[in-house]
Design a protein around this ligand. Structure first.
Ligand code: UD1
Length: 423
């Protein structure tokens, strides 16, 4: 298995191109299942999660070709040869559940393995299932699979209010509703930019949707969707992660393709911490004036709140802040696994339930650490870049799920980072 070696750094300078969003692409790809015509996604990120979704769609009979070194995905689901999403693929990636709604809406039948637990919490899929049930689906949970059937004549439009905001359940229900008979009103839906991107793509495919980016989606079902070409929205989590690089090490980095509207709550926290964040013609530029950043408190929340997917990286910054900060995690119940790893580097963090209290220290020291999940792994790299000496991050396969060319992108702005094979 590979490792990443990071040596503490001076100020960074340069630019980093930001890729298309992993989480948007993972919901746009299953949209191919809604039509027999081709769907082309441009600005796709090159990541192992995208390869996993490709394998899943191919196992159902879809054709998926990566063009232009994988930045363009040509998808076509002329006819589905299987309606079963197998445990072997689903267990690798929870987003596999997103094939359920489209398959059910198009062909009236779907079998999808239940994703099971994951490192950052229990993460059930009950809301996905309840929304589809409201549209008339009958569901049977047996042998670890959801066996779903649409009523005779297909799914029906319905009014459904989500008891809590779920990104994935909103996406599944939205896709299913595009082909349901009549009008569907989904209330208390997620408002993430990835949902807006999905709605735009579905609309380009002929769907009738209103309200994306608000708490209510209204979908008028149509008989069939057609092909489209759609550019994947910028990855706001990759963007936020690289915005933290100059925050940690000093210097100035421009993230190309970034926009503040994707990350307003996060940008406000960087501002409070004393960083300079400016929108430029090409993206977002972040610089750190001399001296330490200030400690600030953060509570994660659904969009437009502070994203849970940037909590680990922000904690790395707070480890070096002047003062004490409290980070509250409200989305996932077990998402502080990076804290003990950061502590190995000299960070002072106390975790109690959903709160982490971070007492800023003047210096971190390099150490061997272990990546526990995708966002945790990159927080350790950021910490390593600001630490004295050498940090070795193992289990970096987590990183390959969500960050394309991380070593190349960080080296381009002056970071001392390399990837090596473990002995
Ligand atoms: C998506 C993102 C993930 C991000 C998360 C929250 C993708 C592929 N992943 O995950 O990176 O961290 O949004 O912004 O887009 N829940 C239920 N029942 C359900 C569904 C969810 O109780 O049926 C709970 C979850 O356990 C969690 C909360 O709702 O506590 C939010 O989860 P959700 O928004 O669904 O996250 P994902 O779509 O899995």
């Amino acid at each position: 298995m590979d490792q990443i070696i990071v040596r503490g750094n001076g100020p960074l300078k340069g630019e980093i191109p930001i890729a298309g969003a992993k989480n948007a692409c993972l919901t746009l790809m299953p949209a191919t299942l809604l039509t027999d015509q081709p769907l082309t996604l441009t600005n796709a990120p090159r990541l192992s999660d995208i390869r996993t979704m490709t394998a899943l769609l191919q196992s159902l009979g879809a054709e998926v070709a990566g063009l232009q070194e994988g930045q363009v995905l040509a998808l076509s689901s002329h006819a589905l040869t299987s309606h079963r999403a197998d445990y072997d693929i689903v267990r690798k990636m929870r987003a596999s559940i997103l094939v359920l709604g489209p398959m059910l809406a198009r062909d009236g039948v779907a079998e999808v393995s239940l994703p099971g637990g994951c490192a950052i919490g229990a993460r059930p899929v009950d809301l996905h299932l309840r929304a589809l049930e409201a549209m008339g689906a009958s569901l049977d949970l047996r042998d670890g699979y959801v066996h779903a059937r649409a009523p005779h004549g297909g799914l029906r439009g319905a009014v459904f209010e989500f008891p809590l905001v779920s990104v994935g359940a909103t996406e599944n229900a939205l896709m299913a509703a595009t082909l349901a008979r009549g009008t569907t009103v989904l209330k208390n839906v997620a408002r993430e930019p990835e949902i807006v991107d999905l709605a735009r793509c579905l609309r380009a495919m002929g769907a009738r949707i209103e309200g994306e980016g608000t708490g209510t989606l209204t979908i008028e079902g149509v008989d069939a969707l057609h092909g489209a070409t759609h550019p994947v929205v910028t990855d706001r989590i990759e963007l936020g992660t690289y915005m933290l690089a100059p925050a940690m090490c000093g210097g100035e980095v421009e993230c190309i393709g970034g926009r503040i509207e994707l990350l307003e709550a996060f940008c406000e926290k960087l501002d409070e911490a004393g960083l300079v964040v400016e929108e430029t013609a090409r993206g977002i530029k972040v610089s750190r004036p001399n001296g330490r950043v200030r400690a600030v408190n953060v509570t994660t929340a659904p969009f437009p709140g502070f994203p849970t997917d940037l909590q680990a990286q922000f904690m790395a910054l707070m480890c070096l802040a002047d003062g004490t900060s409290i980070l509250e995690e409200t989305i996932f119940e077990n998402r502080f696994m990076h804290a003990p790893e950061l502590a190995r580097m000299g960070a002072r963090i106390e975790v109690q339930g959903g709160h982490a209290t971070v007492h800023g220290v003047e210096t971190l020291r390099g150490a061997p650490v272990m990546a526990t999940d995708l966002r945790a792994s990159v927080s350790l790299i950021l910490a390593g870049m600001a630490a004295e000496g050498q940090t070795t991050v193992s289990r970096v396969y987590h990183l390959d799920r969500g960050y394309e060319h991380v070593v190349r992108k960080l080296r381009a702005v002056g970071a001392h980072i390399e990837r090596v094979k473990e002995d």
